[in-house]
Design a protein around this ligand. Structure first.
Ligand code: SF4
Length: 352
């Protein structure tokens, strides 16, 4: 099947590997309430991402009213579908409502979960296509989108065709629930069409996703905010990569490494950590595996270690490294530091 004929919104990949069911809803509304009532649960846990916290208590109250169930609000900050509430955090709940994310198909969940993607229909495709055209973007464009804006893609693709653009929408691996979807740790939808396009357009808000996309693909990445109707010019990829390569070069002689492993279900790469530890030891370095839930920079203070490699969310090392007391690399960067991978081409730590 040609990549761009894959149905965008009806892709139903394999369910999570074993475990209870994950159900997906566009927003908080009657279909969600009905499904929860049918589930005959005893208690719900509700997880709300940072961007929606202001409404968290109203949402919890609405869920209580509509379902008749007690609802425990999970207070820990969450950043993705990778760190949904564990059974321990769910305060006796036997099902969870997770807002703002789609499931990660290859991550097993510990209890039935209702993923509410908080889709928005906002954005005028014709207007957005004219903005892209006026900015002179190349003819062959790949598009990836955050989950909230996927519904706009069919109409935007048609509108871009009307202004002479050929759009490619890729399919990703089993960490992605939809075609053309972007996660901050996985841009395999983009990588699958990178050789067929001259630039990428990220459809969504903020810099988090375009920044990751710029690390992952060697193409200019433009950012189109469909709600504001703004187009941001490409991120300076060469500068991003050069900064990481400099960091790698600076820790080539580091003798004592810490290898960070997260306990979050969708961020746990214990097998990779063990493999990296073996590689470090083969190169005459020591490597201690450190296990954490949510990483706090203070947890790494005062340790007799020279540098870290982080097997959890790749964006911790790439975006937050300045918060940590010692250099922190991603797993591919660690292999570069050991001399097992070349510095070029730079390899993004795609979490598969
Ligand atoms: S691992 Fe990081 S980038 Fe990936 S889904 Fe989780 S929080 Fe987002």
């Amino acid at each position: 099947m040609p990549i761009d004929s894959v149905p965008l919104l009806d892709v139903q990949p394999s369910p999570p590997t074993g475990g209870p069911p994950a159900r997906v809803f566009a927003d908080v509304g009657p279909p969600l309430f009905e499904a929860i009532r049918e589930g005959r649960h005893r208690k719900l846990a509700l997880q709300v991402p940072a961007g929606l916290l202001r409404n968290a208590h109203d949402l919890a109250a609405r869920l209580r009213t509509e379902t008749g169930l007690p609802v425990a609000l999970v207070a820990r900050a969450c950043f993705g579908a990778c760190d949904f509430p564990s059974r321990d955090e769910a305060a006796g709940a036997d099902a969870a409502v997770v807002l703002g994310h789609s499931p990660i198909p290859n991550v097993a969940i510990p209890m039935p979960m209702y993923f509410v993607e908080m889709r928005t229909a906002g954005g005028d495709p014709g207007h957005l296509a004219r903005i892209v055209d006026a900015a002179g973007l190349p003819k062959r464009l790949g598009i990836v989108a955050s989950i909230q804006h996927l519904d706009l893609l069919p109409a935007l693709t048609t509108a871009l065709a009307a202004v002479g653009r050929e759009v490619r929408l890729g399919t990703g691996d089993r960490r992605l629930y939809y075609a053309a979807q972007a996660l901050g740790c996985n841009y395999t939808t983009a990588q699958s069409v990178a050789s067929e396009v001259d630039a990428f357009l990220f459809l969504g808000t903020g810099r988090f996703h375009p920044l990751g996309l710029a690390f992952a693909v060697d193409r200019p990445v433009w950012s189109l905010d469909p709600l504001q109707g703004t187009l941001e010019p490409p991120i300076d990829r060469a500068r991003l990569i050069a900064r990481r390569q400099l960091l790698v070069a600076g820790v080539r002689d580091a003798a004592r490494w810490g290898i960070l492993v997260s306990t979050f279900a969708g961020q746990h790469r214990g097998g990779m950590a063990a493999a990296l530890q073996a590689r470090a030891e083969a190169h005459g370095r020591s490597a201690e595996i450190l296990v954490f839930g949510r990483l706090d920079p203070a947890d790494l203070e005062g340790r007799a270690l020279d540098a870290y490699v982080n097997t959890a969310c790749p964006r911790i090392a790439l975006d937050d490294f300045s918060l940590y007391p010692r250099p922190m690399l991603t797993p591919p960067e660690f292999l570069m530091a050991l001399g097992e991978l070349p510095l070029e081409p730079y390899r993004f730590d795609t979490y598969h």
